[in-house]
Design a protein around this ligand. Structure first.
Ligand SMILES: [Zn+2]
Length: 333
């Protein structure tokens, strides 16, 4: 017997919804929840089955655009006064939670939007192109469409990815949970990747003139990254400064500034900018930091060693290519 899954934990709840979408079998899911192959013999089996059925009601499936339905196919099991309390305390129900059921884990509530999004994006990323092609787009939310776009991109279907993401970004952007800033950056990167640099540039410039759900400095930052990527240091300089004027405390702005100084071999200033970026990242959450820390520390050590950013016989470019869209340097050079 292992550790029963604690569905009060958002990450575990999301994982459970993901498992529900992938298995489609309440008994398998109930065993997973109980983490016990003998769970059927235990006093809480009917609860595990109830949870499993509820989770399956709510799981995101491709045939309804990964929208989370809530069909409520099962009712919580009845508990007798002398039954084991489903909280798992080992006491009788009447001596434990009878009359005070409201805030216990075994009353499975609806997942929050964040939990749904975590589970849904995981399910989408597991889907094959064929499954994604079959998704009724009119049922899919903007969040689902962006995750589908990213998955298509991962499968090398860049034109489909761009079309989907383009539709979402041209829509009304009323989803408060979507990171619009992030998706604007991806669209520009993918356009460059598809050899449509001019379109990428036009998109960002237009976005800067008419920003929606993003700050102008955030778009300026994307423009700076775009021009650095294109080797256009003059424009990059203009946009780094615009981004910096808008937000002098954003680490990525300092990182981009560092890259520009790095290019012109102003070593000490580049080092100072990278160090500032590292300092400012200290306040970030771990998952946000991960990929940036790597980028910055890599560049910082190169600047300290008076090494240029683009060193042909070095692997640095390869390691950062996927994340920053540096692969586009092929087009630029
Ligand atoms: Zn209890």
């Amino acid at each position: 017997m292992g550790m029963p899954k604690d569905l009060n934990h958002p990450g575990v709840y999301a994982e459970a919804l993901y498992q529900a979408a992938m298995t489609g079998d309440a008994v398998v899911l109930a065993h997973w929840l109980a983490d016990d192959p003998e769970a059927e013999k235990g006093p809480f089996w009917k609860w595990y089955i109830h949870f499993a059925e509820r989770l399956m009601d709510m799981a995101p499936h491709p045939e309804n655009g990964f929208a989370v339905r809530d069909r409520r196919t099962s009712q919580p099991p009845k508990i007798g006064r002398n039954d084991a309390c489903p909280c798992g305390s080992g006491k009788k129900y009447k001596q434990c939670h009878l009359g005070r059921e409201d805030n216990v884990a075994w009353k499975l509530g609806s997942p929050t939007p964040v939990i749904r999004a975590m589970a849904t994006s995981r399910v989408i990323h597991e889907c094959s192109v064929d499954v994604l092609d079959s998704v009724p787009r009119e049922k899919a939310s903007p969040m689902v469409l962006t995750e589908m776009a990213a998955t298509y991109h991962g499968h090398g279907r860049i034109e489909v990815a761009l079309r989907l993401l383009g539709e979402v970004l041209e829509g009304d952007r009323d989803d408060p949970f979507l990171l619009w800033d992030y998706w604007i950056a991806r669209r520009a990167e993918w356009l460059v990747e598809a050899g449509r640099e001019k379109e990428g540039e036009r998109f960002l410039l237009d976005e800067f003139d008419h920003p929606r759900k993003v700050e102008p400095w955030q778009v300026a930052q994307k423009l700076a990254a775009f021009y650095i990527d294109q080797g256009d240091t003059e424009n990059a300089d203009i946009w780094v400064n615009t981004a910096m004027e808008g937000n002098a405390n954003n680490p990525f702005n300092h990182y981009l500034k560092g890259m520009l100084l790095h290019y012109v071999e102003s070593w000490d200033e580049a080092v100072a900018s990278y160090e500032r970026a590292e300092e400012l990242m200290a306040g970030f959450r771990e998952e946000e930091k991960m990929y940036m820390v790597e980028l910055v520390s890599e560049s910082l050590s190169r600047a300290r060693n008076r090494q240029s950013l683009e060193d042909e016989d070095d692997t640095v470019e390869e390691t950062s290519a996927g994340e920053t869209g540096d692969s586009t340097q092929d087009h630029a050079s």
